[in-house]
Design a protein around this ligand. Structure first.
Ligand code: MG
Length: 384
């Protein structure tokens, strides 16, 4: 069975009242589009992705989508949602048995929801996730603010995406959508075309982000899926040792004494990552009694720390490091250091800050007998 997904991001998102289309708004370091694509890219049953973008965004489409495991085809959308889905459906590979259609504006879709939709689509031919309503539902005919009836709420479900279709069912739905019938989702066209559509459990977190208020609300939710940690490291400076900081060797007549290479930037950052993830500390993971870490490059420790934190379900978002050192001046080396740390963390150099401070000649650091670093790291749930 081959499953393709069409991510619909063709709208201009004017209701969000923002300068960029809402699907390109950043939420916690990734856009809604990237989060939506990422959810399907991470799903083991999905084999290809079609992204429908506004025509004027096609040129930088690859950059907007970002790196993926699966092949991604990018096509231009139409003026209505049904036209965008038609464009996406035309670009789905001939081998796809099941096609999912997902709104990029639902960036928090989870793997279990995708599983349920695929399962029901295989059985029935078409399926959608939906959640029951908890509010009382009134039927208010258009034009008059008068209640015509109270609708039994146990019969009302709020449809989400992804909606799943056997290929032939989607083709019938798309064809109907090109005949003058207006619809707000593909399932409606499948229903009209006479196909049964199964409702599976949706997820309350799989919200659709439409207005500026929605954006603010999910940013708050997203903050709850981030954690922060701090780290500190200090090494004595002795003659005849290389001064390695963030993997860069700096000109110096002395360097840190240590079991490893004494790279305080990497050590403080590794501890910040461990601290944020609740995953112990550097002494537990890299004991200085273990010969494996003798003279180990700090960047290797940092990469290993990222892998351990990933096993705990987290990924780095950004890092901020202050190095306390009398000499040499760090400024000429900062950009190279940031690039190396960013590479080890798997994030953009722009998300890594490294700052140099002297200790004004005071205490051991000030006398040039030691080097220290303070680090703060933010991590987010993987897949979030
Ligand atoms: Mg250390």
């Amino acid at each position: 069975m081959t499953v393709a997904v069409i991510i619909v991001a063709g709208g201009r998102g004017v209701r969000a009242g923002t300068a960029v289309p809402k699907q390109l708004i950043d939420i916690g370091g990734r856009t809604m589009l990237q989060r939506s694509v990422g959810a399907f890219d991470a799903h083991p049953a999905v084999t290809s992705i079609v992204v429908v973008l506004p025509a004027d965004r096609l040129r930088d489409g690859k950059a907007l989508v970002g790196p993926t495991r699966l092949p991604v085809t990018i096509v231009a959308g139409g003026s209505r949602r049904q036209d965008s889905v038609a464009a996406g459906a035309a670009a789905v590979g001939a081998d796809a048995d099941i096609v999912l259609v997902h709104d990029a504006a639902r960036p928090f879709v989870d793997q279990a929801t995708i599983d349920r939709v695929i399962g029901a689509t295989v059985r029935v031919g078409a399926a959608l996730p939906a959640v029951p309503v908890s509010d009382t539902v009134k039927h208010v005919p258009a034009g008059r603010r008068l209640v015509a009836a109270t609708i039994p709420r146990e019969e009302v479900w709020l449809a989400q995406t992804p909606q799943g279709f056997r290929r032939g069912v989607l083709e019938a739905a798309v064809a109907l959508g090109q005949t003058g019938v207006e619809g707000t989702d593909e399932a409606m066209f499948a229903e009209r075309a006479g196909h049964p559509v199964e409702v599976v459990d949706g997820d309350l977190r799989n919200v659709k982000i439409t207005t500026r208020e929605d954006v603010e609300r999910v940013r708050v939710i997203d903050e709850a899926s981030c954690r922060v940690g701090t780290g500190y490291d200090l090494h004595r400076l002795v003659p005849e040792r290389p001064l390695v900081l963030a993997g860069e060797t700096l000109p110096s007549d002395r360097g840190p004494l240590g079991h490893s290479d004494g790279d305080v930037v990497c050590h403080a950052l590794a501890d910040a990552l461990f601290g944020a993830a609740g995953a112990g500390d550097i002494g537990r993971h890299f004991p200085n009694t273990d010969p494996a870490w003798k003279d180990a490059p700090g960047l290797d420790l940092l990469r290993r720390a990222v892998a351990i934190v990933a096993e705990h379900g987290w990924r780095p978002v950004n890092a901020d490091v202050t190095v306390v050192l009398e000499r040499p001046k760090l400024l000429p080396h900062i950009d190279a250091m940031r690039t190396r740390v960013a590479e080890a963390l798997g994030i953009e150099p722009g998300a890594v800050t490294i700052k140099g401070k002297t200790n004004e000649g005071v205490d051991a650091v000030g006398r040039g007998e030691a080097i220290a670093a303070h680090a703060v790291a933010l991590i987010a749930r993987r897949g979030a």
